[in-house]
Structure formats: structure tokens, C-alpha cells
Design a protein around this ligand. Structure first.
Ligand SMILES: Nc1ncnc2c1ncn2[C@@H]1O[C@H](COP(=O)(O)OP(=O)(O)O)[C@@H](O)[C@H]1O
Ligand SMILES: Cc1cn([C@H]2C[C@H](O)[C@@H](COP(=O)(O)OP(=O)(O)O)O2)c(=O)[nH]c1=O
Length: 176
């Protein structure tokens, strides 16, 4: 049964770069690895409608998981999970409660790796400049992630080198 490893963090944190490096390392070590991402395809959501966005992301999530045979792999590595749903669409207490309920059948991660950067760093990496509204929104998402971190998570500083973070990830996976 594959270990389900989730990478989370705001846009531009370095999730996909680290996943690619981890994938190559694990394949090189002889493991069967599947990399997935959420959403599994481009989803046209309305950023002003957290309810519709939540349902779109949650449906895509459930359908994607139906297609995965966890017995066929050693590791399934995912770029995002239902935690993104809470971080991005959970803009009030009542929405968070509802989003947790909508995702109650979503698979829980065996390993949770949070790559941490600030909202303005995200803007600089993704847009090339700091959009104050976007930076503020992303800082709120970051706060929700930090509040939600499950037990046994690994928190990475997304400003240090990929090599240093890959080393930390390998130690974390070895910890059992
Ligand atoms: N630690 C880092 N140091 C320097 N550049 C980084 C770092 N992490 C990410 N980047 C850069 O930021 C951009 C977004 O990285 P990416 O891996 O696509 O993030 P995400 O998947 O979290 O959106 C890429 O250009 C990447 O090279
Ligand atoms: C899975 C998921 C993603 N999202 C958002 C977060 C990202 O802004 C976007 C995915 O963007 P994308 O560019 O595909 O990936 P990334 O920025 O992680 O490299 O979808 C949600 O708002 N809710 C969710 O449940």
C-alpha cells in the first residue's frame, strides 16, 4: 500500500520543484512512485464564490482518487490536497466547518510537507511584482495552513535551497 505524501503551501512555494526532485530520487532508489496534482486539470472557478469552488475542487479530488490503485505504488506524491480547499476557500469559520464536512471522505495524508513562504515572496515569484491584495490573501491562506498543520508534519522554509529541503524530506521519510 502506497504511502500518500502531500505537499502543501501557497502558490510559488516550491512544491512542484521539490516533488520533481523527490520523484527522481525515489525512482533512482528503486521505488514505484506516482505523482499527482490537485486540481487534476484546469478548473474554471470563480474566486468570489468559495462554495462553488469548493464543490468543484472536492469533486475533482474524489474522482481522481477513484482512479488510483494505491496497491501498485510505494509512494503517491500529491501537489496539494483537501487542505488547499480549507486554506484557499475557508475564508470564514462557518465555511471552514462546511469544507471539512464536504471533504470528510477525502483520503488523509500519511505524510504532510508544508513549504512555507510569505505572500509577498509568492507574488514576486509568480507575478514578478507584489500585488498587495494578492499578498494579503495569500498570507491569510498561509495562516490557515499553519493553524491546520496535522501531527507528524514537516515544515520547510521555502526560501532555502532545494537541495537542503530535499535532504530534510528524505530524513523525514526515513523517520518511519
Ligand atoms: N527555495 C527556492 N529558491 C529559489 N527559487 C525558488 C525556490 N522555491 C521555488 N522557487 C522558484 O519559484 C517558482 C515557483 O516554484 P514552484 O516549484 O513551481 O512552486 P509551486 O509548485 O509551489 O507553485 C519557480 O520559478 C521556482 O524555481
Ligand atoms: C486543490 C485546490 C487548489 N486551489 C487553488 C490553489 C492554486 O491557486 C490553484 C492551483 O494552481 P496551479 O497553478 O495549478 O498549481 P500551483 O500554484 O500549486 O503550482 O488552485 C484551491 O483554491 N482549492 C483547492 O482545493
Amino acid at each position: 500500500m502506497a504511502e500518500y505524501i502531500v505537499f502543501e503551501g501557497i502558490d510559488g512555494a516550491g512544491k512542484s520543484s521539490l516533488i520533481e526532485l523527490l520523484h527522481d530520487k525515489l525512482i533512482n532508489d528503486g521505488y514505484n512512485v506516482l505523482c499527482i496534482r490537485e486540481p487534476s486539470h484546469e478548473i474554471l472557478t470563480n474566486p468570489n464564490d468559495d462554495v462553488i469552488s469548493t464543490l468543484e475542487f472536492a469533486l475533482d479530488r474524489m474522482k481522481q482518487f477513484k482512479r488510483i490503485d494505491f496497491e501498485a505504488y510505494d509512494y503517491v506524491i500529491s501537489d496539494r490536497s483537501f487542505y488547499s480547499n480549507i486554506a484557499y476557500q475557508g475564508t470564514s469559520e462557518s465555511k471552514i466547518e462546511w469544507i471539512v464536512g464536504v471533504n470528510s471522505f477525502a483520503r488523509r495524508p500519511d505524510r504532510f510537507i508544508f513549504v512555507d513562504i510569505a505572500g509577498d515572496t509568492s507574488c514576486k515569484r509568480e507575478l514578478g511584482f507584489v500585488d498587495p491584495d494578492m499578498a494579503l490573501f495569500l498570507d491569510c491562506c498561509r495562516e490557515r495552513y499553519l493553524y491546520l498543520l496535522p501531527d507528524n508534519h514537516l515544515l520547510l522554509d521555502g526560501n532555502v535551497s532545494f537541495e537542503d529541503n530535499l535532504e530534510r524530506i528524505m530524513l523525514y521519510l526515513l523517520r518511519g
